[in-house]
Design a protein around this ligand. Structure first.
Ligand code: FDA
Length: 431
């Protein structure tokens, strides 16, 4: 017999937690909502995994989810108090959207009136790409709490050992910093000419690479990992690079290489740009099925185009918007369409940074971007068609963040780029 729910959320990540919170806020009867997750724990702050969760000083504090703007903390008990069923350690292996039915690996079936797909991303394994020796022990991937726990144990077991981080994206950067803070000898390897190359300009990257070097992280760019060797216990021992170099390693972490988890729905729902296509209320092409968070490709009103983003804030906001739209539709009301301003942040060593808006066009750098400074603080604007369309800020960013958000949203005209570089943060403050 299928277990039946009025609302079913598939996925137990950030978007699922926020959606549950919004359902509860709108008024929910006990037993109406369930979350199905293959993870063993309630939704938690996934972004913390590569940050404080691996901190050598602080004890583990997950699973918790901090819901803004009310700063409410969702612990597992919160779900039972609200009558929300958490169906954990349950992987859905079959979805029949026409029949409104999901089937788990254990053979249980679940049916629903309304489904929210919040399956996020999955890692691409080097073994799937045919990289030689990639199934050795102590090669880690990093997406879920289970991955973080395994890495944490390895860090303890390989004290003062050598770690190689594969990839130059933000997760690789955060993990490299954490491994270094745990006293490992860390080398990052990536093929691009600089780190975070999809977002960072060469100037922003120069600061970050310089800062990492100062902290003792080795960086090897413009090369890729082609294989691994293992010791007699099957543990990784060496990393072989395409340029012929060989690195010793006790731990390898693959920080990059993710794809949206859409496989369950192939051929049943419209897709676009690798994700599940939605409208501005996160409705998919199938009636009563919504998609939110990293897996959704949705219209960004501000830029008049469909995009899929892998950002925490969007996971929260999209989940809340979808639930508002679901409830409004039931009550015969309407809600405003999603009006998203891209915002992404990261934090490694003691350096927070934040990007807001669009990274297209020319750029200007301003502020103190020397890795040798005691208190570096700098930013960059992106300028397209004579307007400031995006902003990046690094260092103590809290003071300027609101002003930068405003700039990225209103996209003010700029007459003189040299003047803009001289004004820097004060340009945003006076808009
Ligand atoms: P999310 O990945 O959170 O959840 C998906 C859930 O679906 C998981 O619980 C998964 O197990 C489950 N699932 C998938 N398929 C399933 C199936 N078939 N059956 C059952 N369950 C299934 N962003 C940012 O803006 N700033 C930052 O600093 C960071 N930092 C960061 C660090 C790390 C380590 C990661 C992995 C990610 C970030 N992010 C980030 C990105 C951010 O965490 C991400 O955008 C959100 O978690 C997306 O939320 P979702 O709910 O869409 O997916």
């Amino acid at each position: 017999m299928a277990k039946t729910f009025k609302y079913l959320i598939l996925g137990g990540g950030v978007a699922a937690g926020y959606a549950a919170w919004e359902f509860a806020r709108q008024g929910l009867e006990p037993g109406e909502l369930a979350i199905i997750s293959k993870e063993a724990v309630a939704p938690y702050e996934r972004t913390a995994l590569s940050k404080f969760y691996l901190d050598p000083e602080l004890p583990n504090r997950l699973p918790t989810l901090y819901v803004f703007p009310r700063r409410e903390i969702l612990l597992p008990e919160w779900y039972s108090e609200k009558g929300i069923e958490l169906i954990l350690s349950t992987e859905i292996v079959k979805a029949d959207l026409a029949a409104k039915s999901l089937t788990s690996a254990g053979g249980e079936t679940f049916s629903y009136q309304i489904l929210l797909i919040a399956t996020g991303l999955t890692v691409i394994r080097l073994s799937d790409l045919g990289v030689q020796g990639a199934d050795a022990k102590n090669i880690f991937y990093f997406r879920e709490i289970d991955d973080a726990d395994k890495l944490y144990e390895a860090i303890k077991a390989k004290k003062n050992g050598k770690a190689v981080v594969v990839g130059g994206g933000y997760i690789s950067m955060e993990l490299s910093a954490r491994l270094r803070c745990n006293n490992l000898d860390v080398t990052m390897v990536y093929p691009e000419p600089w780190c975070m190359s999809r977002l960072f300009t060469s100037d922003i990257a120069a600061f970050n690479e310089g800062y990492y070097a100062k902290k003792g992280v080795n960086i090897m760019k413009r090369t890729v990992v082609v294989g691994f060797t293992a010791n007699s216990d099957g543990e990784v021992k060496e990393v072989k690079l395409k340029d012929g170099r060989v690195l010793e390693a006790d731990i390898v972490v693959v920080g990059d290489g993710l794809r949206p988890q859409t496989a369950l729905f192939k051929g049943q729902v419209e897709e676009e740009k690798g994700g599940i296509k939605t409208d501005g209320f996160f409705k998919t092409s199938v009636p009563n099925v919504y998609a939110v968070g990293d897996v959704a490709t949705f219209p960004v009103k501000l830029y008049n185009e469909l995009r899929r983003v892998e950002y925490y804030e969007h996971a929260c906001l999209s989940a809340r918007k979808a639930v508002e739209a679901i409830i409004a539709a039931e009550e015969g009301k309407t809600v405003e369409e999603y009006d998203y301003l891209p915002l992404f942040y990261s934090h490694a060593f003691e350096q927070p940074w934040c990007f807001i808006g669009d990274n297209v066009g020319d750029t200007v750098l301003f502020g103190d971007s020397s890795p040798e400074s005691s208190f570096p603080k700098f930013g960059s604007y992106w300028i397209k068609d004579g307007k400031v369309v995006g902003a990046f800020l690094q260092g103590r960013i809290d003071e300027e963040r609101d002003a930068m958000e405003y700039v990225a949203r209103v996209r003010p005209s700029v007459q003189n780029v040299d003047e803009l570089a001289r004004e820097g943060f004060s340009f945003a403050r006076k808009i």
